[in-house]
Design a protein around this ligand. Structure first.
Ligand SMILES: NC(=O)c1ccc[n+]([C@@H]2O[C@H](COP(=O)([O-])OP(=O)(O)OC[C@H]3O[C@@H](n4cnc5c(N)ncnc54)[C@H](OP(=O)(O)O)[C@@H]3O)[C@@H](O)[C@H]2O)c1
Length: 271
């Protein structure tokens, strides 16, 4: 039987990976709180979770670009029912337009904010709230606190055609690792997930080949298993773990040429 996850908050639950994660959590959560922006898709995910797990489900539209409002919503949520598990599955995978020589400042700001600033700030707030709580237990088992950040394998290397995306995910990875080390003595596990390609509409909006693509359901299963095992870093599919080791070992001119050659025939996918 899966360990009880308590009150689970999932950000990006209106997205495809977020929906798959919510369905995975539905059976072992006492309360599932779903955040995203699109109210219709959130309501649909909430309904699917109720049917799948019979658990209580709340859904709220929260725009991470308004950080003050998002922090207030998080505090309010946590005051009402303390959050035991949070999964940051929100994110933007935008790349620059074909006509642009590099990312526009507006794109840089948006990607940093949604992919790095907001999850880091919300994660910091929640970690400190979790650490301040007395240790409790569910039915004799120690009550665990989990924080999961969905980064990207794109954060492993510079991406000349998706600089802000790669940098925002690299920043998030460094933050997650720092938070993990700091929170360990408080019994809070922090897991960073760096996926390669997941078969979602967002991934298909970015042109170019997508080797070793896996389904959101398989990805969600792997993420939940890593979280339960309190793994520091999950990279999937496994060839991306190899890429992470090999790329920095290459001489810079060879690495730069290789990274330049990976550039897809760029088109805009801005929303
Ligand atoms: N798919 C891949 O190949 C892949 C690979 C590596 C990493 N990832 C990461 O995995 C995560 C999920 O990706 P996905 O493919 O499932 O993408 P997706 O279907 O587009 O989901 C993205 C989620 O982020 C939410 N979001 C975007 N901007 C937001 C904002 N300003 N405020 C609040 N929520 C916002 C979206 O909400 P709305 O739709 O309601 O606006 C949606 O719920 C992302 O962090 C992504 O970077 C994906």
């Amino acid at each position: 039987m899966d360990a009880f996850l308590g009150h689970v908050l999932i950000l990006g639950a209106s997205g495809e990976l977020g929906t798959a994660l919510a369905l995975e959590c539905a059976k072992s959560a006492s309360l599932l709180t779903l955040w995203g922006r699109d109210r219709k898709r959130l309501a649909l995910t909430a309904e699917l979770c109720r049917k799948a797990g019979g658990t209580r489900v709340n859904a709220h539209s929260v725009d991470l670009l308004d950080l003050d409002a998002a922090l207030a919503a998080l505090r309010d949520e946590d005051d009402r029912t303390p959050i035991d598990t949070v999964i940051f599955a929100s994110g933007l995978g935008d790349i620059r337009a074909a006509t642009d020589t590099f990312d526009h400042p507006e794109l840089v700001s948006r990607l940093y904010h949604v992919n790095c600033v907001a999850p880091s700030a919300l994660g910091a707030e929640l970690a400190q709230r979790m650490a301040a709580r007395p240790q409790q237990s569910w039915n004799g088992d120690r009550k665990g606190h989990h924080i999961v950040f969905i980064g990207s394998a794109a954060g492993f290397a510079p991406m000349p055609f998706a600089a802000s995306y790669a940098a925002s995910k690299a920043g998030l990875a460094r933050f997650a690792d720092s938070l993990r080390i700091a929170m360990r003595p408080h019994g809070i596990s922090v897991t960073l997930v760096s996926p390669g390609f997941i078969d979602t509409a967002a991934a298909h909006r970015v042109p170019g080949p997508k080797p070793f693509m896996i389904s959101p359901q398989r990805g969600a299963g792997a993420i939940l298993a890593a979280m339960r095992a309190q793994k520091a870093h999950l990279i999937f599919p496994w060839p991306f773990a190899l890429i992470r080791l090999v790329l920095p070992a290459l001489p810079r001119p060879i690495r730069d040429r290789l990274l330049r050659s990976l550039a897809p025939p760029v088109r805009s996918n801005r929303r």
